[in-house]
Design a protein around this ligand. Structure first.
Ligand SMILES: C[S@@+](CC[C@H](N)C(=O)[O-])C[C@H]1O[C@@H](n2cnc3c(N)ncnc32)[C@H](O)[C@@H]1O
Length: 390
């Protein structure tokens, strides 16, 4: 493909991504993957270039752009190679018309920038939210040891006890160590969130919002497969991804439980007052993961944020019923907004006078309210709020 044709293809993909963001459709990554699958004429260099153009254009636009073309014109304001490619050539974008304008830039829609600033995320902290994410791995201690594991490419150790970092784009999923379950792809921040649970062999641990089980697998390894580990979620699809991953990881103490929204306790009745620890990796705005999902900024509005904060407080209250006296409730969100983090946790403690915040000792992060905040700027991880009550 010519460079101009790559730009035009990226514009068309951006149109689909904008449409999907408007209608809560597929994420950008999936839209790209599907296009690559259906358009085999695009070689690996084309695919890489298109992916980079699309994500650079998404990052360059704060609010949702009106069209893929306006998003690409905005990228042209910060990337000097782009404007000349609006050349009207075959398969390339039409020349820029008089008065045609680029989409607005910025880090996020204005309302969201204000919410972030109110949570002390501004300036370089905000810029870092849109940088390229590193590629972090967790060595699965059920199968391997970080000190002796040999990998096909250089990897540096991270602050997480079993963490490694490799060059972004490294095809780790093709490595024997990945296929054999010796490594998992997991951001350092997620690994530290699991560390905060301090799950011990023999305990009963509930991963209440287990999703596809990224954190469940780390908990199984921390428990050395000993004890009961419940992985529950209301999303059948996500939860169904856990079994093959657990098999590969050699994790054998996991029981998955599908929950009905608003009736979660029915399926968890056997565990009422039984858990040594409950992890709530709550659904959230994902403001801490924009490095990976930059178009998430366009999907969020104040109504959606209010819906998420309601679920978070509901799940926190639910966890109180599951934990045994003296047990731990670990609350995690990959958000940097206080209403989903420090503020939410304060309100929770205010509703439950029998619970106390437990101080966490993690190798990264800074105190925020009664918990710890990790941020891309300070810690080089995804953004997280992590807190524990007991
Ligand atoms: C941040 S994601 C979890 C990610 C997962 N723990 C991991 O490490 O891969 C939040 C999850 O909460 C789930 N969820 C939403 N409402 C829920 C509810 N009422 N009860 C349990 N899980 C819920 C969502 O389906 C989603 O999978």
């Amino acid at each position: 493909m010519t460079p101009a044709a790559r730009v035009q293809t990226s514009i068309e993909l951006l149109d689909s991504i904008i449409e999907a963001a408007r209608n809560k459709g597929a994420p950008a990554d999936r839209i790209l993957a599907e296009w690559f699958r259906n358009n085999r004429f695009a070689g690996s260099k084309d695919r890489r270039a298109i992916r980079e153009l699309v994500f650079a254009a998404i990052r360059a636009c704060g609010p949702m752009p009106v069209s893929g073309r306006s998003a690409m014109l905005r990228l042209g304001e910060v990337d000097e190679n782009i404007p000349a490619l609006f050349d009207g050539s075959n398969y390339g974008p039409a020349a820029v018309r008089d008065g045609e304008s680029a989409a607005p830039g910025g880090a996020a829609p204005e309302w969201l920038k204000q919410r972030l600033a109110a949570s002390d995320i501004a300036g370089p902290e905000t810029d870092a939210l849109l940088e390229r994410a590193p590629l972090d791995l967790r060595v699965n201690t059920l199968k391997a040891d970080r000190a002796t594991l040999e990998l096909p490419a250089p990897a540096s150790t991270t602050a997480a006890p079993n963490g490694l970092r490799v060059e972004p784009g490294t095809p780790v999923e093709q490595w024997p160590a990945f296929r054999d379950g010796a490594i998992e792809v997991q951001d350092t921040g997620s690994q530290l969130a699991c560390m905060a649970v301090a799950a011990q062999p023999g305990e009963t641990v509930i991963d209440l919002c287990a999703g596809g089980g990224g954190k469940t697998l780390a908990l199984a390894a921390a428990m050395d497969n000993l004890g009961r580990l419940i992985a529950s979620d209301t999303d059948r699809n996500r939860l169904s991804r856990l079994a093959p991953r657990a098999e590969r990881a050699g994790a054998t103490n996991i029981q998955t439980i599908l929950l009905n929204p608003a009736q979660e306790l029915d399926a968890l009745a056997d565990f009422t007052g039984q858990a040594d620890a409950v992890l709530i990796d709550a659904p959230c705005s994902g403001t801490g993961t924009w490095r990976r999902n930059p178009e998430a900024r366009w999907r969020l509005d104040e109504k959606e944020l209010a819906r998420l904060t309601n679920i978070q407080s509901y799940l926190l209250d639910l966890a109180v019923k599951l934990v045994k006296p003296g047990g731990r409730i670990v609350y995690v969100t990959c958000s940097l907004l206080d209403e989903e983090g420090a503020g939410q946790f304060d309100a929770f403690l205010g509703r439950h006078s029998g619970l106390r915040p437990k101080e966490l000792t993690l190798p990264l992060g800074r105190p925020r309210g009664k918990g710890i905040r990790l941020s891309p700027f300070h810690d080089g991880t995804d953004g997280f709020f992590i807190a524990c009550a007991e």
